[in-house]
Structures are given as C-alpha cells and as structure tokens.
Design a protein around this ligand. Sequence first.
Ligand SMILES: [Fe+2]
Ligand SMILES: [Fe+2]
Length: 476
Amino acid sequence: MTETQAIDYDGLIPNNVGLNRDQRLRRALETWYPAYIDWWKTAGPAVHQDRPVYLRTAVGVDPEGWARFGYVKMPDYRWGILLAPAVDGRKVGFGAHRGEPAWQEVPGEHRAMLRRLLVIQGDTEPASVEQQRHLGATAPSLYDLRNLFQVNVEEGRHLWAMVYLLQKYFGRDGREEADDLLRRRSGDTDQPRMLGAFNEATPDWLSFFFFTFFTDRDGKMQLSALAQSGFDPLSRTCRFMLTEEAHHMFVGDSGIQRVVQRTCAAMRAAGIDDPTDVDRVRALGVIDLPTIQRKLNLHFSLTLDLFGAEISTNAANAYTAGLKGRYREDRLEDDHELRDATYKVLRWRDGAAVTEAVPALSALNMRLRDDYVDECGGGIARWNRDIAAAGYAFTLRLPHVGFNRRIGEFAGAALAPDGTKGDPASFLPTPDDGAYIASLMRPETEPGRYAGWIAPPRVGIDGKPGDFEYVRLAEA
Ligand SMILES: [Fe+2]
Ligand SMILES: [Fe+2]
C-alpha cells in the first residue's frame, strides 16, 4: 500500500496529492472552487440540484472497491483530485525520450504542447455537462436520472483533474486557463467549447445514450493515450479517470440496448413483422429502428471528427515528445519510436477512398480512430443480436468513416453511410424524427417504473432492487 491510495477528505478539496503540504496550490484551488460551484449551479443540471441522489464517490484509487454509494445533493458532491498510485521506476515509454525516467515536472521544451493537450482535454469535461443540462427534466426513470447525474458529477471531477495539473504545474498561465475552462460554454456563439462535437445539442435521451456510447468512448481513447504520457502526473490522473469512464460507456451501451429491446418487444406484441413500417411502430410509442440508425449515423460521424485530421504533425510531435502515446502503447511490440514505420490511412483522392501507407508518426490520429472504431463495433453487434433474437431482419451499422465529416480527409465528401456517393443529410435525423422523439420524452418519476420507449435494466446500480428510489424527488 502506498500513501497515494488513501484519500484525504478532511479539507474543502478531497485529494490524494498532499494538498495540505502545498499551500500555494491549495490557495489556487480554493480560489477556483467558488467559481466552479457557480458554474455547476448555472450551467450544470437544470433540475433536481436540491434532491438527494444515490451517487458513488471515490474513497480510494485502487482499481477494486474505490467507490462508496450514498445519497448526496449534487452541489455537495465531494469533487476532488485523485491520482492513480505512482509506479516505481516508471520510464518514458515512447518517442525521442524513451527510456528516460518519467517526468515529475513539466519538461521545459514541451511546456506549450503539454498545456494545450491539458486544455483541450479539460474543455470537453464541463462541455458534456452543459450539453446534458436539460435531460434531468425528462428522464425515463429514476434509475436513468441517477445515471445521468453520476456521469455529470464525474465529468465535473474530470475537469478538476485537468485544473489540478494546470494550476500545479503551469503557474499563472495555468490559473488563467483554469478560469477560461469555466468561461466557455457549449454551443455559445461568442465563447464556444473548443471541439465541434461538444457544441452540439443533446436534445433527448436517445442522443444522451449515443453520446455516452460514442463520445465518452472517444474520451476513453484520448485518456488511454494520455495515460501513456511520460509526464507522470498526467499519466496517473488519466489512469484514475479511466476507472470512472467505464460507467459512462456502460450507460450508453446498455441504454441503446434497452431502447432496442423495448422497440422489438413492442413490435412483436403488436404483430408487426416489418420494422421499417415506421408509422405503425411509432403508433406504439416506441422508437423505430430506422430512426435509431439515423441517430447512430449522426453521433458516430460527429465523434470521428474529435480524432482530428488523419494525418497530423501535432500528433506526431506529441508522440515524439513523449507526451501522448498510442492506445495501449505499453502492450504494443515495436520500437516505440516509429522512425521508419508506416501506417495505412484511408484517404479521399479524386472522389474515391483509397488506402495509402504513410509514415506511422504522422498517422497517429488515424490509428487511434481505428482502435476506436473497432471497439464501437462490439456494442453494435450486441444490439444486433437482440434484434435478431426478436426475429427481425434489420441490422444497425456503423456508417463509413467518410460519412458526414467536417474534419480531415473526408471533410465535405458527399457520401452515404455505405461509402457510395450520396447526400449525407438524407441519412441523418430529420426534424420529424426529433419531434417524434421529443414527444416521448416525459419524465417517469415513480420508483421502479420506466417510460414506455425503454426496457428496464437487467440489474440495478450497486445491486439495488428494481423499485429502489435512486433519486428522492419528494425530499428537499
Ligand atoms: Fe470525462
Ligand atoms: Fe465520460
């Protein structure tokens, strides 16, 4: 057991970084804290901030048993600064500094690049909370409401994680960046969030589930690459963040699965054999599979843009500097410098998608995206098994990676989801789809009850029974 595994809950800011021994940092964080709470109350969940929610809070940083569950009102949540335990003798694992001891301080030559990486990651965390701000008013159950709020408070904590690194290691610049992270707003015309997908609306719960399935998984990929960092405090921060991220993706994966299950069960019960008979399906008050596919098309394509251009010098520089590795870098077998290696990139050339081998260093975004797309396939296969088990010949598919893209090789290429020429807009959710889904978004607040468009989960959170009151709405 190292001292880092215990969390000090005595002060204003729970932490396992010895905040009591660092007065300068503690003052910076305590100064930032009221602005954070103000942001949380004005830009965070629009409803139920004053209700007890059954949330998990970290009590340690071991991979096992780090969480304790209990009722807490969200503004009283114990956000804190939690790093995974240090690994003795850890070395920089890749790039030009490979084999040197991992850095405990910011390497001066890479300072600007590192700060940029922290700010971009940090900006996504509060953005998602802002995007999900209004969903609490229409949750399909108390179980789902609780999961939304769990994701929200943890994204808030992820913001804390990046703010800690900025304030501890970047002095005055870092404090200014930390303030700016609370100043930008998702979708704001003057001060938007930094990345496109984080300025999109999350108008309904189907979008929320796709967001947590696709966009939180992008977060996982980015955090995994940063967890490899030679800057050890970043690595340790990201390793703990990843333990929280798993639940976010579960919420999305199981959420879509429950929607699909409910739709199939309702169609079966009504004797509907054709899942594309949208009018009949919608008359049942469930979400038809073609609409689910269009939402999937939208969220997948938005999220792919988050990986940046397929060919990127920034990515190459961050790798060579030892700041951002590949997915599971430490499990890959090669020279970890990629001086002579090549990687196959899908490019858009004269109106056709072609595969080209390019220097692997410049293709790191593409590689991370490939790893991501592979993982996405797993969830979709599970949903399709449920559709098949209900006896329907309908398959949800990931669209072509060039579909509906704004960034990279395929920006502006007019492709259909199957990669042939086509108008992307005709495969995206329509205003009519949006209005129909919106008509279903009515809150279900009775413990153990679920809105008609979604199946109950297989098991409760923390082993709780089906009628557990995850959010005490009657209690202030
Ligand atoms: Fe996050
Ligand atoms: Fe997340």
